[in-house]
Design a protein around this ligand. Structure first.
Ligand SMILES: CC(C)(COP(=O)(O)OP(=O)(O)OC[C@H]1O[C@@H](n2cnc3c(N)ncnc32)[C@H](O)[C@@H]1OP(=O)(O)O)[C@@H](O)C(=O)NCCC(=O)NCCS
Length: 159
């Protein structure tokens, strides 16, 4: 696929996708998922496992994982849609895919939540509309607990 042609408009995300995504994916440093339309890349996201400091996600996580000293999470590293395709539901579709992917992982590995760091406050508000909550007030770290995703009726992704 032509990764060099991808542009979501955020230089850091574009540079990652064009230059590093393949290495990260093949080296299992992250798992990169790509959305394709007519053979062209229209979006991507990547996921990694993350151990979040105990008091940094939610009061509930602090209670549930006190014995471990950290909260097991899936971290959505980046999410981007090809600039001229934005506003057509691709971002939402990729986010739902990432949520379902995390549910599938959670069938084999304990995972409390899907987490991310919004790039700015506008994006954070969008993630809020998609069910994410702020980990710490005033910061852009956000999470959605997996029971919330299940309650919304999403099912684990199947191969
Ligand atoms: C954030 C991003 C992935 C969303 O992708 P997308 O394909 O446009 O997403 P969708 O079409 O599913 O729309 C997502 C929301 O943005 C709104 N939106 C998208 N484009 C819009 C536009 N041009 N004008 C107004 N609203 C817009 C949609 O109404 C939707 O809101 P809703 O979920 O409340 O209904 C995309 O804008 C992007 O790649 N941005 C640059 C990179 C970036 O900022 N990534 C996020 C890092 S935290």
């Amino acid at each position: 696929m032509d990764r060099a042609a991808f542009c979501c408009g955020e230089p850091e995300l574009d540079a990652f996708f064009r230059v590093h995504a393949l290495d990260h994916h093949e080296g299992h440093k992250a798992r990169v998922t790509v959305g394709l339309h007519d053979g062209k890349v229209v979006g991507f996201y990547w996921l990694i496992a993350q151990s979040f400091p105990l008091n940094k996600v939610s009061a509930e996580a602090e209670r549930l994982f006190a014995h471990l000293g950290a909260t097991p999470c899936g971290y959505l590293g980046m999410l981007g849609t090809q600039q001229d395709r934005q506003g057509n539901g691709i971002g939402k579709t990729l986010m739902l895919h990432a949520m379902r992917q995390t549910l599938a992982i959670a069938e084999r590995l304990g995972v409390y939540a899907l987490t991310l760091e919004a790039i700015n406050e506008r994006r954070a508000r969008q993630y809020e509309r998609w069910g994410f909550k702020y980990c710490v007030e005033g910061a852009l770290d956000m999470y959605i607990a997996l029971p919330t995703i299940r309650k919304a009726g999403l099912a684990p992704l199947r191969d």
